[in-house]
Design a protein around this ligand. Structure first.
Ligand SMILES: CC(C)(COP(=O)(O)OP(=O)(O)OC[C@H]1O[C@@H](n2cnc3c(N)ncnc32)[C@H](O)[C@@H]1OP(=O)(O)O)[C@@H](O)C(=O)NCCC(=O)NCCS
Length: 167
């Protein structure tokens, strides 16, 4: 079973674990043409498939998906997964903004909070992510938050954060 994580944040944004009642909202964000193209599975997802994914996610102990809220309003999502306590590492990603909330700095803040969660709460020494080479907006955001390019392959850039750069 997944560990319950109490909501946390920086005073502006709050990250809380995604619940079943959020699935329709986040699927609508995810299925927009200008969002889904940036994910590895880029086709439109049906709700049934999304729900099946969520039910298998609920069984995982190494995967947390957060809804980002500002004043109780849903503004985006982000995640940390493939958490490997032995290796002290995890992948971060699934960053997605509610379209009407884009460009307000909320996802940059979310990235900073997920890094803080990974390094301080989970005590991981190394975080990484993958981003498509053409996704310049996301790459700028990750760079601002301290991620450094480590390599490229198949149109993807791998970026890392932390002292231990061994993969
Ligand atoms: C990538 C993505 C999550 C970024 O979301 P966002 O809302 O634009 O992110 P932020 O607002 O935190 O930062 C973006 C911009 O806002 C600016 N900004 C930051 N704080 C701000 C503030 N307080 N007021 C105004 N603008 C601000 C940043 O400088 C940044 O500008 P830039 O894009 O010119 O560099 C969003 O574009 C998205 O959902 N894309 C589709 C999915 C995707 O690509 N996900 C990543 C997959 S790897």
């Amino acid at each position: 079973m997944k560990q319950h994580i109490a909501p946390f944040g920086d005073g502006i944004i709050v990250l809380r674990l995604v619940e079943e009642r959020d699935l329709k909202t986040i699927l609508d964000w995810r299925n927009r043409d200008d969002a889904r193209v940036w994910f590895k599975t880029s086709d439109k997802l049906a709700f049934d498939r999304h729900l099946a994914w969520y039910n298998s996610y609920l069984q995982k102990e190494d995967d947390f998906l957060f809804l980002v809220e500002v004043d109780g309003r849903s503004v985006g999502q982000c995640g940390i997964y493939d958490i490997d306590e032995n290796a002290g590492s995890a992948e971060v990603g699934r960053f997605l903004v509610a379209p009407e909330m884009a460009g307000k700095g909320y996802i940059g803040r979310s990235c900073a909070e997920i890094v803080r969660f990974g390094t301080q709460f989970l005590k991981l020494s190394y975080l990484f992510l993958e981003v498509m080479e053409q996704n310049t907006k996301a790459i700028r955001l990750y760079t601002r938050e301290g991620f450094v390019e480590e390599g490229r392959s198949g149109g993807l850039i791998r970026m890392g954060f932390g002292r231990d750069r061994a993969s």
